[in-house]
Design a binder for this molecule. Sequence first.
Ligand SMILES: Cc1cc2nc3c(=O)[nH]c(=O)nc-3n(C[C@H](O)[C@H](O)[C@H](O)COP(=O)(O)O)c2cc1C
Ligand code: SF4
Length: 507
Amino acid sequence: MRAMRKVRRVLFAATIGSLEEYRAKRGGEGLAAALEVDPMALVETLEASGLRGRGGAGFPTGRKWRTMVENRSERVGTTVVVNGAEGEPGTFKDRSILRKNPYHVLEGALIAAHAVGADRVIFGLKRSFAIEVARVRTAIAEAEASGWSGDVALEVFEGPDEYLYGEETALLETIDGRYPFPRLAPPFRRGVRSFEERHGGARPGVTSAANVQMAGPGGATDAPPALVDNVETLANVPRIFQRGAAWFRTVGTEESPGTIVCTVTGSTRHHGVAEVIMGTPLREVIESIGGGTKEGRRIKAVMPGVANGLIHADQLDTPVSYEAMSAIGSGVGSGGFIVMDDSVDLVAVAAGVSRFLGVESCGQCTPCKQGGLKISGLLRDLSQSKGAERAFASMESSVAAVADSARCYLAHQHEAVVHSVLERFPEEMAAHVSGQAPPVPPYLVAELVDITGGVAILDGRFRDKQPDWTYEEVFSGKLPADRLGEGRYGEWTFRPREWVSITDVDD
Ligand SMILES: Cc1cc2nc3c(=O)[nH]c(=O)nc-3n(C[C@H](O)[C@H](O)[C@H](O)COP(=O)(O)O)c2cc1C
Ligand code: SF4
């Protein structure tokens, strides 16, 4: 196989140790250029570049910034929130970017602040991301001391480990002092300015997103929109303004220009993170980052995180681009590819994903939480169940209903992943239903806490996590949503990380 062409735009080979070093290497030129032009011109340049959000959905970033500008409030400032929650299983790219160089992410956020008229930037990280929190805090201190950040206030928010914390409305809720529960999706996001800040006093008993106002067009309310962009998205921004929109399009495809930072884990020789040109065939990405499969093994499937359907081995030549991945009924997600070789039981994978999403669901929507947990139990016990065919039929109907009235995308993810196994690997399900396959083995799907020495480290605590988001021995039967009012959210779950090497994960 030919060597993959390497381009480094956001994930550098060397670590940038200080703001001074960054600026000596021409860092800061994008911000300087951006400050010279009108905010709308920035939006137009970004639209021309074709940059799409790298947090998972691939939404055009320029279009999002335009909506923010058009919905600014006259009375309260806008906030830029950097989404550094990185909770997608199989993804370690935002932390890799921040460890190497937090300065270009900060520069991208400062350019965004200028474009949308924000006076505040908040980095939404996790408390457990100790290395990245320290890197960003140092970068902020240097930026403030040198005056590089101008009048823009810079903050770090250290959030909880829950998966939903990365969902953008849940992120805003958490920063505003509530629980990481998604809001009903309004056309415009209200920001992170609390009721107290807007009205000079606390509103008693407010713990729920139900009190959240919608941002109004033209700033008609005092609820300004907040701009939430992913770490990698913002890391791309400075050079677009330093070198131009046309330069950005010199690599990648028409609909997916630029590069993407991919993580490869699972049944490969090693695990790792690297930046690849959009449109590179998936097979090349896996070979180049993961070194292919182990001796005598072949790839059976690839899972791009837990938001999109599994990719069949026959589809490995698909280019890694938003349009090509969507055309095969899957998605790029956040560029995290979990590889499964022919020794992996895909019903076990479906059960692992199902447990992850069932446990992480917040319970505001009954089909998502109750139906999700039911699917996970049925999949786990499929081959041991006496009435396996009935259990299978019940599971199929729960999958079809899991996303009914869903407030956020998590429930749709559940449907997409399990449905893809049913549709693309029917023989695996049939073997369990007929009792020919052995019991479904455990397959841990959890967030990554690091990749060291070419080995991915999963968050082993997840095996003990209960659907009420506690780590108690016995499940209380409560849903996370039932626990509203049990104190400020962050007090619930912070626990020291227990690291489990993926090679040890056999339960
Ligand atoms: C359940 C769930 C979890 C998510 N977790 C993350 C995350 O950890 N990091 C992230 O950047 N986006 C995450 N997202 C996507 C965000 O909601 C949002 O699309 C993103 O922050 C937008 O930034 P972008 O346009 O730069 O991609 C998640 C979405 C869902 C539905
Ligand atoms: S769809 Fe699921 S995770 Fe999303 S708000 Fe509803 S219950 Fe919570």
